[in-house]
Write a protein of this length. Structure first.
Length: 558
RNA sequence: UCCCUGGUGGUGUAAUGGUAGCACAGAGGAUUUUGAUUCCUUUAGUUGGGGUUCGAGUCCCUACCGGGGAACCA
């Protein structure tokens, strides 16, 4: 289903093409997608890995999946599995290239020793607060740590004992010796190893010292011979460090191509909250079912809600890649979802708010099975049989006692086409005591079977229906756009984001669907004609539960 | 305050120094057995000011505005 839409020539493509022009063999291009397993992936991550995997594939290279597991305090194995599932779902294959930063712990330790031996790293005894003083502030240079000139032998000894577990958390830290006056604060002797007596998801208790991101990431990249390392804008100021560790260790001698870091703007989506911390809060406080609640902007939530991988990939291609902090409107995502669903969703009829109709000129107990196409956009989708009988249900809103001018559905004395079935005329109606119309008495034109008038006259209105005796009860869960009433990007510091959640973000409805839906498979997209796109909830439930994926565009109001 | 970045219609993005294009959203219309889809038409833009140039969204200077940076997080 790859679209032949022209691809935007964003700056990443330009960079890669320049490298190729300078002699880089496209087959040597290696990128990586490096999530930290401390939460589930969301739509923002999709942008990142569509870029990582997408660029490698597009130019004939490879992309590795690497878990950045350098902080055992935050990471969990269940997230590793969830992330793998999400990546697979989006259709990306890392083949045998699944890595963990922890694969390199021994190597990283040795590179750290190398730095100590060459006088480029030292053990510092300053506490975090004390070092803050020495680091200085933007605009003001810092001053050297009193331990900066600790002899290498002594640092080495302490570092080895750190590893051996001789010290408590925070007692010592290994720092790179760079420049305490650098205007970039990250270059002022950053910590590269800290003591952390914490069980790691993969190495267990083998280590009690762990490398920092800045030290681990670039050297992990280099170990995997990554050529292009993409990350978000906030790492821009870390880039000199990325290069420094590679260039100041023996790693540089092993490389044919030095990995380079390139930054791009992260995704901001209107009406969508993407802070991992806040999403976690929703899960913990049970405001949502779990990370895969269909209202969540997580990939697992979107999957459960019925979003297709193709729609998400198209969206990621559509938004492009820049270094500009923008706010993408959710309408674009919804457009991509509808556009893909329109092509692939199986059409079915479902009545949400039923109005009884009796066909006066139809024999009691007689059923006519009519053929309905499964998807007018896809010839190969085939057909299914739809039952018609004397008692049917139509949508309450498809009948009006006193219709306005442009209303072309049913009204007293008016006629309408029942989709796939017959042309039907409303003879009379029955009202409740309260004045509510509760039943229509109609007749069908027997010669119009299939929906065409024998005299060739045009029927403007076509409505959907289900046969009462054949109808299947189901539940529909209706969701508003991803969770928040308004843009969350301007939320004030400390402001309670929960006040901005959609109050009616989940509405449940009892609906009547055609019998063929009894065999619906979880995850397959359906379009309930003239209503919305739905998918059967994959979580076990009593009876059929459909999640609303997206609404149809509605031009009723025009 | 200092450093790093960035600024193209309402929104998201294109344009070796040479006609500012595409998509979403909006508006109008045609087709339609889904008031969907599809198709056509249309509204709307280079942050301001200087400079270089035959010619500037693009290069230079400057102002303004936005984002990031002072974790033993990633």
């Amino acid at each position: 289903m790859s679209e032949e839409t022209p691809k935007s020539k964003h700056f990443i493509r330009q960079i890669i093409e320049d490298d190729i022009a300078k002699g880089l063999d496209p087959k040597d291009i290696i990128t990586r997608f490096p999530p930290e397993p401390n939460g589930c992936l969301h739509i923002g991550h999709a942008k990142a890995f569509c870029l990582d995997f997408g660029m490698a594939l597009e130019y004939g290279g490879k992309c590795n999946l690497r878990f950045d597991d350098t902080n055992p305090a935050k990471e969990e194995n269940r997230f590793v599995e969830a992330i793998k599932e999400d990546v697979r779902w989006l259709g990306f294959d890392w083949e045998d290239r699944l890595f963990y930063a922890s694969d390199y712990f021994e190597d990283l330790y040795n590179y750290a020793i190398e730095l100590i031996e060459t006088g480029k790293a030292y053990i510092c005894t300053l506490s975090p607060d004390e070092f803050k003083e020495y680091r200085g502030i933007p605009g003001k240079p810092g001053k050297d740590s009193p331990f900066r000139n600790r002899p290498a032998a002594e640092s080495l000894d302490i570092f080895r004992r750190m590893r051996a577990g001789d010290f408590k958390d925070g007692e010592y830290v290994l720092r790179a010796k760079i420049d305490m006056t650098d205007p970039n604060l990250h270059m002022r002797d950053p910590a590269i190893y800290r003591i952390k007596h914490s069980e790691h998801i993969r190495t267990g208790n083998a280590w009690c010292i762990y490398p920092m991101y800045d030290f681990a990431h670039c050297l992990s990249d280099a170990s995997e011979r990554i050529t292009h390392s993409f990350c978000t804008l906030e790492f821009e100021v870390h880039r000199p460090l990325y290069d420094w560790f590679i260039e100041n260790t023996s790693m540089i001698k092993k490389l044919k191509v030095q990995p380079r870091q390139y930054e791009f703007a992260r995704l901001n989506l209107s009406h969508t909250m993407m802070s991992k911390r806040k999403l976690q809060q929703l899960v913990e406080e049970k405001i949502v079912e779990d990370w895969d609640d269909p209202r969540m902007p997580t990939l697992s939530g979107m999957r459960r809600r019925g979003y297709t991988p193709q729609a998400i990939k198209n969206f990621c291609e559509e938004i492009g890649v820049t270094k500009f902090n923008s706010l993408t409107q959710i309408a674009l995502l919804e457009h991509c979802v509808r556009a893909d669903l329109n092509k692939v969703a199986t059409r079915r009829m479902a009545v949400f708010d039923p109005l009884e109709v009796e066909i006066e000129n139809w024999e009691e107990g007689k059923t006519d099975w009519l053929e309905g196409v499964n998807n007018p956009e896809d010839e190969g989708a085939g057909t299914r049989m739809v039952p018609f009988s004397k008692h049917i249900l139509i949508e309450k809103s498809d009948f009006m006692e006193n219709p306005p001018k442009k209303y072309f559905r049913l009204c007293p004395g008016g006629e309408v086409r029942l989709r796939y079935a017959y042309i039907m005329k409303c003879n009379s109606f029955v009202k409740h005591d309260a004045g509510e119309v509760v039943k229509l008495l109609c007749s069908v034109e027997h010669d119009s079977r299939g929906g065409n008038a024998p005299d060739g006259r045009k029927i403007k209105g076509t409505i959907h229906f289900v046969s009462s005796e054949h109808a299947v009860r189901a539940k529909a869960k209706l969701f508003d756009n991803l969770f928040t009433k308004e843009d969350m990007t301007n939320l004030a510091e400390g402001e309670d984001f929960k006040a901005h959640l959609n109050s009616n973000s989940l509405v449940e409805a009892e609906i009547f669907v055609e019998p063929s839906l009894q065999e619906a498979k979880a995850g397959t997209p359906f379009q309930f004609e003239r209503n919305a796109y739905f998918t059967l909830d994959p979580k076990p439930a009593d009876g059929l539960v459909f999640n609303r994926t997206a609404t149809l565009k509605d031009s009723f109001s025009k």
